[in-house]
Design a protein around this ligand. Sequence first.
Ligand SMILES: Nc1nc2c(ncn2[C@@H]2O[C@H](COP(=O)(O)OP(=O)(O)OP(=O)(O)O)[C@@H](O)[C@H]2O)c(=O)[nH]1
Ligand SMILES: [Mg+2]
Length: 362
Amino acid sequence: MTASKKKRSALSVSEGVSPPDPINKEAVSRLKKARKKQYSTAELLEGIKQGDTGMLSRAITLIESSLPQHQSESEALITACLPLSGHAFRIGITGVPGAGKSTFIEALGNHIIQQGGRLAVLAIDPSSERSKGSIMGDKTRMEELAGRPEAYIRPSPSGGTLGGVARKTRETILLCEAAGFDTIFVETVGVGQSETAVHSMVDFFLLIMLAGAGDELQGIKRGIMEMADALVINKADGTNIQKARRAQAEYANALHLFPPSPSGWTVQVRTCSSIHQTGIEEIWQMALDYQNHVTANGFLERKRKEQSKFWMYETLREGIFNHAFNDPGMQKELKKHEKAIAEGKMTSFMAAVSILNKYKSK
Ligand SMILES: Nc1nc2c(ncn2[C@@H]2O[C@H](COP(=O)(O)OP(=O)(O)OP(=O)(O)O)[C@@H](O)[C@H]2O)c(=O)[nH]1
Ligand SMILES: [Mg+2]
């Protein structure tokens, strides 16, 4: 085929300048790279040390991952952050839905930042369904805080058992501390076992309550009150002020009946209005008083050591249980024994011994 014939063919493509791409390919590839970029543990650690919250978020996502290939990287990162952690004041905040936790955190958080602090707000919410709701709620209730560079708000890790979620939150505390946050809030909703988990990872545990719900001691589990270092009666504003004061006196009386705390700290009852920001400053001062008290008498150090031990055994218990009972044979044994208990053919104790014997002979 001659060159001239080729030019005349209907299939030939006339030479010319190719049209520009409708999309800026270079920008797209840069974006893709940024999205996909896998940071090394060293890069994440460096970012955390510099207080870069973008890198902190990536690191937290890594430790939250349940993929086995992330395990060793995640462990390396936590180990590297460990010596940089431990200096922050860790505060647990709980209360029934609607008590005003988010609004209170917004008010107290802004106050702490005004005092020169840097605050990380974490949450433990074992039901992932609810956590979606509270993230949405928190965005509007913590508007000012969320916009501040001195604040870092991270919703609860979702899914998994309470133990798993709690362990990840505990590790997240370490990462946040390594990133320079000097105050850590861990929020949980006061309706289940999650308070116990939060209590086992904080220095100071604050229970937010409402006045005027009939009998002041109703609806609130004694166990939660016993864990608290301070009770805060929120919404003490408008016509509610008197009711809040009465509730304060009643709770203070009720607390007298509790055994003294091993910290030597007397549990305080305060009132506040998170919306009007009254009583917030005093509550922060009280928290700092507590911190000074337990630092001076050595209780804080002992408590943190106990907590570390507790989480080692918790994780161990869960790991051993999963390892032992994840196989179908043992699952069947569990179900069989559950049924035997339900039908009254065996006591719980007998069933447990029988299951353990099955496991040992496996
Ligand atoms: N009057 C008054 N209302 C308040 C106060 N604090 C919170 N509220 C209101 O109470 C409602 C619940 O407040 P939230 O801060 O969302 O409560 P929460 O405890 O975070 O609730 P959940 O996230 O559902 O567990 C909102 O309508 C707030 O505006 C307060 O100090 N005074
Ligand atoms: Mg909330």
